[in-house]
Design a protein around this ligand. Structure first.
Ligand SMILES: [Zn+2]
Length: 729
């Protein structure tokens, strides 16, 4: 029977996997001069921030192309190269800045971080045991982040026997640091002096492979645990990681190891916008095609139809969704606050219209778009959760970014919005401020959630009741409802011509899928330009930022995009006048005793939509036609939502879930009637039958009277001391 395998033996076996042996002397002979020169040049124009010396491998190789093998050495032996470079850095630093004790002590805290190593890019799913002790570079999304803790990094050892002091860098957190005195006639074990050791921040993260980088997007995504040294606290976002793959024993008596990554270089991936634009910038042919497409008449209509081909009809809804993907203009107030550029859209649909199909289609369009159904997601799942979980370090509190955070810079597609009332309050903050504030378990942080919301739900009773107002049938509280720029009820109304078209469309889709000759789902031809899935994506990306392509070009090729400097289309005087006139006219309808039809929110929605429309046709200015197109969409929404059939007027209060003015008037009338009747009667009470009779004189139906009496009673405006009798409170 095989006994327990000694630890050292296992460790030896594992380290045997190292392909390149590292010889410090050879290394210094080859690279010391070049490294010294590079570091000297670096330090003359840069300072060491946060105790991190960023060693940019790519930069070094550009400077010393003949030293290209250093890149491989770093990848194969990051730990050893790090120590050698640190040794050189110390020499150069003391030479430049004096070698007093304080400088020496401060210098001990400094760490080397490798940046831009070449040829070690991996996908998270491909990182395995053969990468142990090697440097890798990968990209992923933070799905779990713990609190920042302190890590013993440079252990200070003191020899109790001879007084010798030595420092040792901790590379493996899972082993107790030990050191023996190097003095020839001492050799005794040194003891750790915690007070004189130096510490750095460390944060535990779980990073997941993004769907766009997966071989098979239907597989469950893989994730890897990362220990981020010198972290200032990072809790969400897509990141580039450079780190050393490490192992950690999972069971004390078995040589089985878990793989994790130790990193001191994580960078938030540049905004998706920049990543996307960069793919286009170097393709002049593509830009020509896109520009040509932009000039086509009705391009917005054609592309919106193509965006959601599975569903027939609902042209205006599709146009709104297409424009939503393009986003409005990036604008900042002088104090730096960004104005919301996203339009939130709500679809209320009869069953069978395919709302989930639309949502999933939009989700798949861009990697930063995310989908959740309220049937399974919790409020925290939508925004962010702070929960206790087993972690290697810290007290177990971790942040898990939800759908809104994952959809930063994209669209959060929220299905079955009304299934769980509890989640609605979570969404409210996210939609307006576009940030998620987390404060629990000692973690207090604001996560960016700059996303558009495309939400969908069915009416309360499953189908639309044509005798009831739309808003009464969905049960969304008015504060949340008013956050949506556009609310579309999609009613499944029988209509001979349309039904025929839909039947034809669905049948064709099935036939095409069977014979694999795609016309509806496949590419379309616009005057000789073949538009497929890829081209429409590129068109949207181009439209998002590239109205002033030449002017913004430099911003996107630089290292960081300064969004405050982006040039955007602006409202022309004519467009401004159209929007202003519309707003004032609608407001005018609200004067006197009329319901108030439009609020400043709708005005902002109109501006956003006009901008989107201008961008969608690659225009540099928001012109009359853009404003008209925007108002057309808004009016169509208002017609459905805010139209009060009782008065024949638009009433935005009704649209936003409040009681329509006509109903409020009726309630006042009923109160008057009760006052009048009770004043006349002996017992000072008004009888229900009399109220109904009197109300009929004002064209208020019996059903309405009963409704209103119930409401007034609940509001304690009237009370009923005797069955069927009422008095005003
Ligand atoms: Zn000693």
């Amino acid at each position: 029977m095989i006994g327990q395998i000694p630890t050292e033996f296992v460790a030896h076996l594992i380290s045997f996997g190292d392909i390149m042996d590292f010889d410090e002397e050879v290394f210094l002979n080859l690279y010391e001069d070049k490294l010294k020169q590079y570091i000297k040049e670096y330090l003359s124009s840069n300072t060491i921030k946060n105790n991190i010396f960023e060693f940019d491998v790519e930069c070094f190789l550009n400077r010393f192309p003949e030293a290209c093998e250093l890149n491989d050495l770093i990848i194969e032996n990051p730990k050893n190269v790090e120590e050698s470079i640190f040794y050189i850095l110390k020499e150069v630093y003391l030479e430049l800045f004096g070698d007093d004790d304080r400088t020496k002590r401060e210098l001990e805290k400094v760490q080397i971080a490798f940046k831009n190593p070449l040829g070690c890019e991996k996908k998270i799913e491909d990182i395995n045991s053969s990468d142990i002790n090697r440097l890798t570079k990968f990209e992923g999304t933070i799905i779990k982040a713990a609190k920042v803790c302190a890590l013993l990094k440079k252990a200070c050892f003191v020899c109790r026997n001879c007084g010798e002091i030595r420092y040792k860098t901790i590379h493996n957190y899972f082993e107790d640091p030990r050191m023996f005195c190097k003095n020839e006639n001492c050799k005794s074990e040194m003891s750790l002096d915690l007070d004189n050791s130096s510490y750095i921040n460390i944060q535990e993260l779980e990073i997941q492979q993004p769907i766009d980088l997966m071989k098979n997007p239907d597989d469950p995504p893989r994730s890897i645990r990362v220990f981020l040294e010198n972290s200032e606290g990072i809790y969400s976002g897509r990141v580039d990681v450079v780190g050393t793959v490490m192992k950690k024993r999972t069971k004390p008596n078995m040589p089985v190891f878990e793989i994790y990554v130790k990193s001191n270089y994580i960078k938030l991936s540049e905004s998706f916008q920049k990543i996307e634009v960069r793919d286009i910038i170097n393709r002049p042919d593509l830009i020509d095609t896109l520009n040509e497409l932009g000039k086509k008449k009705n391009i917005v209509d054609i592309l919106s139809q193509y965006l959601i081909p599975q569903i027939k009809g609902y042209d205006l809804v599709k146009r709104a969704i297409f424009l939503q993907q393009i986003k409005g203009c990036t604008k900042f107030l002088p104090d730096g606050t960004q104005l919301r550029k996203d339009s939130h859209i709500l679809l209320i649909t009869d069953p069978g219209i395919g709302k989930s199909t639309m949502l999933r289609r939009i989700t798949r369009l861009f990697p930063q778009n995310a989908y959740a159904s309220v049937t399974t997601a919790t409020g925290g799942g939508l925004t962010a959760n702070v929960v206790r979980e087993s972690t290697e370090i810290g007290d177990g509190w971790v942040v898990k970014p939800g759908v809104f955070v994952r959809a930063n810079e994209g669209t959060a597609c929220i299905d079955e919005l009304t299934v769980d009332k509890n989640v609605m309050k979570y969404i409210l903050e996210a939609m307006e401020s576009q940030t998620i504030h987390v404060n629990k378990g000692g973690i207090n942080v604001k996560l960016p959630a700059k996303c558009a919301v495309l939400a969908a739900c069915n009416p309360k009773r499953g189908r639309f009741d044509l005798n009831m107002g739309v808003v009464e049938q969905i049960g969304i509280p008015s504060p949340l409802l008013s956050r949506f720029d556009l609310i579309f009820p999609l009613k499944d109304m029988p209509n001979r011509k349309r039904d025929e078209e839909i039947a034809e469309h669905i049948l064709n889709t099935h036939i095409e899928t069977a014979v694999k000759d795609y016309k509806i789902m496949g590419a379309i031809d616009i005057d000789g330009i073949t538009v497929d899935e890829n081209l429409i994506k590129n068109y949207i990306i181009y439209a998002r930022t590239c109205a002033y392509f030449e002017e913004n070009h430099n911003l996107f090729t630089g290292t960081e995009v300064d969004e405050t400097k982006l040039k955007n289309p602006y409202l022309t005087d004519k467009a401004k006048k159209i929007i202003k006139d519309y707003y004032i006219n609608m407001r005018k309808l609200g004067e006197g005793n009329n319901p108030i039809p439009v609020t400043a929110r709708q005005l902002e929605a109109a501006i956003r939509l006009s901008e989107m429309h201008a961008k969608a046709r690659l225009a540099k200015k928001v012109e009359e036609k853009d404003a008209k197109a925007a108002l057309n969409i808004i009016e169509e929404c208002l017609k459905e939502i805010a139209y009060d059939p009782e008065t024949g007027k638009f009433d935005i209060d009704k649209g936003m879930g409040q009681m329509p003015k006509s109903k409020v008037d009726k309630m006042d009338k009923i109160l008057d009637i009760i006052r009048e009747l009770s004043a006349l009667s002996d017992n000072k009470l008004a009888h229900e039958d009399d109220i109904i009779e009197k109300a009929s004189e004002y064209n208020i139906s019996e059903k309405d009277v009963e409704d209103i009496l119930g409401k007034l009673k609940r509001n304690a405006e009237i009370f009923s001391p005797k069955y069927g009798y009422y008095r005003v409170s």
